[in-house]
Design a protein around this ligand. Structure first.
Ligand code: ADP
Length: 283
């Protein structure tokens, strides 16, 4: 079932400034995509290509200049629906330090549901559940600033899922983290998708993270360059390179070997897949 539908989205930040030439200032141009309930989707692209702008359209923080965005059938341009839309789609940002507001982990996670006016007993339940879901329950009484970057980001995610959204949109959630923190956060997001059925839209510039999604959308200069399963997208190495986009290291290595004449039929995405393939080819 379709949960997010973007139809021919155009967006410009300087909407009101009529002296600006029209059409030239769109940072999103004719972008369409649809995401089903329960999907895990990655959006990749260069800095400045428009990924965050798209993310902000998914919880009605931004409204299309032209085109439509529907969340679970609700038109984001209808102001009367913004509250319902924001309850359905939670946004997790890049820097966990900007998202944690309280002095104790569990108070921080309670902040969102408190603002929704949820009853105290239920808040207690939701906070415990959310902290367990991100494997941070044992740290519930700590001060957030004592946690590692990956732990802080997991607390920020708990704060969002305590509001029980159907979907979480994560805007480069691992960009500020070390490799260990990145892996913890990625594993947590996958677990929430797998076990809690939460629809995930993850913006990332790490191709190694994008390959773990069900579907990848590549945004370039405000337009959709290509989309498909990770295999469909990353097999288009020439197209991605033409637009100065990376492919996973395993794909890159095998692409180069193939260019040197090594017989490789299918480009791998993962390291272990690459090793198995090379073992076969070199045997
Ligand atoms: P990405 O997330 O891919 O780095 P963004 O969506 O942040 O890209 O930015 C897309 C374009 O919109 C960039 O050219 C950026 O400079 C511009 N932009 C982003 N935010 C604003 C803003 N608040 N006001 C004006 N222009 C903006």
């Amino acid at each position: 079932m379709e949960f997010i539908k973007i139809e021919n989205l155009f967006f410009r930040y300087d909407e009101g400034e009529e002296d600006q030439p029209k059409n030239e200032n769109y940072v999103i141009r004719d972008l369409s995509l649809s995401i089903n309930k329960g999907d895990f989707v990655a959006i990749v692209g260069h800095n400045g290509s428009g990924k965050s702008t798209v993310a902000k359209h998914l919880n009605a923080m931004l409204i299309p200049s032209m085109g439509k965005v529907y969340i679970d059938g609700m038109d984001t341009a209808d102001e009367a629906l913004s509250y319902d839309i924001r309850r359905k789609v939670g946004l997790v940002l890049q820097n966990p330090d900007n998202q944690l507001v309280a002095g104790i982990v569990e108070e921080d996670v309670a902040f969102g549901p408190e603002n929704l006016g949820i009853a105290p007993d239920e808040i207690r339940e939701r906070v415990d559940e959310a902290l367990k879901a991100v494997d941070m329950y044992e740290h519930r009484l700590k001060a957030p600033h004592k946690l590692s970057g990956g732990q802080k980001q997991r607390v920020a995610i708990a704060g969002i899922i305590a509001m029980k959204p159907d979907c979480i949109v994560l805007d480069e959630p691992t960009a500020m983290l070390d490799p260990k923190g990145r892996q913890e956060v990625l594993d947590t997001i996958h677990k929430l998708n797998r076990e809690n059925g939460i629809t995930v839209v993850m913006i990332t510039h790490y191709m190694e993270e994008a390959v773990t999604a069900d579907k990848v959308y590549v945004v370039d200069d405000g337009r959709l360059l290509t989309s498909g399963t990770p295999y469909e997208v990353f097999s288009q190495v020439e197209l991605l390179k033409k637009h100065r986009l990376d492919v996973p290291q395993a794909t890159e290595l095998c692409y180069k070997l193939r260019a040197c004449g090594v017989k490789i039929d299918r480009l791998p995405l993962f390291e272990n897949e690459c090793c198995a393939l090379l073992r076969e080819v070199l045997a």
